[in-house]
Design a protein. Structure first.
Length: 467
């Protein structure tokens, strides 16, 4: 690229020099020709004043030609009819043809200075002619000097033009090298920086250069690099979270499997003979199986919520029948725990995914019953606020200590692991709730006091219709 820029630069300079030199030479040559013509005419007027037309004109003409500086000139004096009266270049004027048809003579006779360039058959040279009409109007005076066209002046100009071109060319070589360098060096530096990405450095930072166009690229690359950096960090974090999740999930599954295996081995060994003990073992196996099923269901739910490209089917949901259905399924559990459930539910119509709404309300209600006290109560209220559905679940249970409140939405986090497990908890319920709330762009808020109770407030922008 450096070479290409260099040569292009040099070619442009050469072209510019050629064009400007040609134009310069043509202008100067034309100007010089004009000047020469003016000088010739001035001399002719001077001669017109000096000449005594009554005397020997031929003699006077040869005298004038003898003056220093006039030796190369040819002076011709013509009568009005074109007859040559005197010519400094020819001795025998009588033998000369009539000059009436000469271009410059014709012009002079019209009363203005006439000019011509041509080959003189008389003296066998290329000549530049100028002619005027004498002041008394009886004669035409003509002055000619050897003239080789433009070449006469080019001979003088060419050395100067060549020296100028050589200097300009040398300077252009120097500047072309510098300019090519100033363009390619930043590009090489940018390429070097970009190559770092290959070596596993996603975040690169490039300095600005003096060229605005390069800086536009650099700004875009810097911005992209910062975005890639953030994205890579996010991916790394997600990878860590996923790894943690799988190791926690397998650990959680291991415990019930170990228990089931233990009870099965004992039963198989024939050591347990008492029927009630056998029944107790079987019911424990069933409980562990239920726990595993819950765990697997919750894990599946979480992974479904995290798979962003899976389309979530939205439908119009009447909230009241849904709540009734959930409460009905929770009745036996509430009875077992000795907890009373109260509801205040407005008949709202929402647009959401049915399974997600069921999961959200169910998980909060199950927790409110599970972590309650005997004779305790749970209040469920669902109201609307403009586009939002506000769902509130309050209980009079054990409460959540302040330091744990922040963490209850984390996967597998439990305040009291023993209690949660005993109650068939998976540690994923609130994490699923949080995921669903985030999916709809809503928010969840928790207020709790140990031994007094807990209130979860969820706000979801899902209202389709209020009645
Ligand atoms: P789990 O399956 O253990 O109930 P969750 O994610 O639903 O898992 O809840 C996480 C933890 O938060 C629970 O183990 C429990 O310690 C605490 N928690 C959740 N809801 C309540 C509540 N209503 N009252 C007291 N503690 C609660």
């Amino acid at each position: 690229m450096k070479k290409a820029i260099f040569w292009r630069f040099v070619w442009i300079i050469l072209l510019a020099l050629a064009v400007s030199s040609t134009v310069f030479c043509v202008i100067i040559s034309n100007r010089s020709l004009e000047q020469t013509q003016e000088i010739l005419v001035d001399r002719l007027y001077m001669m017109d004043h000096m000449l005594d037309y009554n005397g020997d004109v031929e003699q006077q003409v040869s005298e004038i030609c003898g003056i220093q500086g006039n030796q190369n000139s040819r002076i011709t004096i013509l009568a009005q009819d074109g007859t040559v009266l005197a010519d400094s270049g020819v001795q025998d004027t009588d033998s000369m043809e009539n000059h009436m048809d000469r271009e410059e003579v014709q012009e002079a006779l019209k009363g203005q200075a006439g000019y011509a360039e041509r080959y003189s058959e008389t003296i066998h040279k290329n000549m530049l002619y100028a002619a005027i009409h004498s002041e008394n109007g009886d004669y035409v005076l003509r002055l000619a000097v050897p003239y080789e066209g433009m070449y006469t002046y080019l001979r003088m100009l060419i050395p100067a033009v060549l020296i100028g071109c050589a200097v300009a060319l040398a300077a252009s070589f120097y500047f072309a090298v510098r300019f090519a360098g100033s363009v390619t060096t930043p590009l090489n530096e940018i390429a070097g920086e970009l190559r770092k990405v290959d070596k596993g450095e996603p975040e690169i930072f490039m300095k600005n250069y003096k060229y605005e166009e390069l800086n536009v690229i650099i700004d875009a690359v810097n911005q992209m690099s910062a975005e890639i950096g953030t994205y890579v960090k996010k991916l790394e974090l997600e990878r860590i979270i996923r790894q943690e999740f799988f190791s926690n999930a397998s650990h959680e599954l291991k415990t019930p499997i170990t228990s089931i295996k233990g009870y099965t081995e004992l039963l198989e060994s024939g050591l347990v003979t008492k029927e009630e003990v056998q029944k107790d073992f079987l019911s424990r196996i069933e409980k562990e199986t239920d726990h595993m099923t819950n765990l697997i269901n919750d894990i599946l739910m979480i992974s479904k919520l995290e798979t962003k490209d899976v389309e979530v089917e939205m439908s119009t949901i009447q909230i009241y029948p849904l709540v009734e259905d959930i409460l009905k399924s929770l009745e036996p559990m509430a009875r077992d725990y000795g907890v009373k459930v109260y509801t205040e539910c407005k008949p709202l119509t929402i647009r959401a995914n049915l399974q997600q709404m069921r999961e959200l309300i169910n998980n909060l209600m199950v927790n409110a019953i599970k972590y309650n006290k005997p004779e305790g109560s749970v209040h469920l209220s669902i109201i609307s606020d403009q586009e939002d559905m506000i769902l509130m679940v309050s209980d009079t249970g054990v409460g959540i200590p302040r330091e744990a409140q922040r963490r209850v939405f984390e996967r597998f986090y439990r305040v009291d692991k023993g209690r949660s497990k005993k109650m068939g908890g998976t540690g994923l319920g609130l994490s699923i709730v949080k995921h669903i709330v985030n999916y709809y762009g809503g928010n969840i808020h928790l207020e709790s006091q140990v031994d007094v109770g807990t209130t979860f407030t969820v706000r979801l922008p899902v209202i389709q219709e209020r009645k």
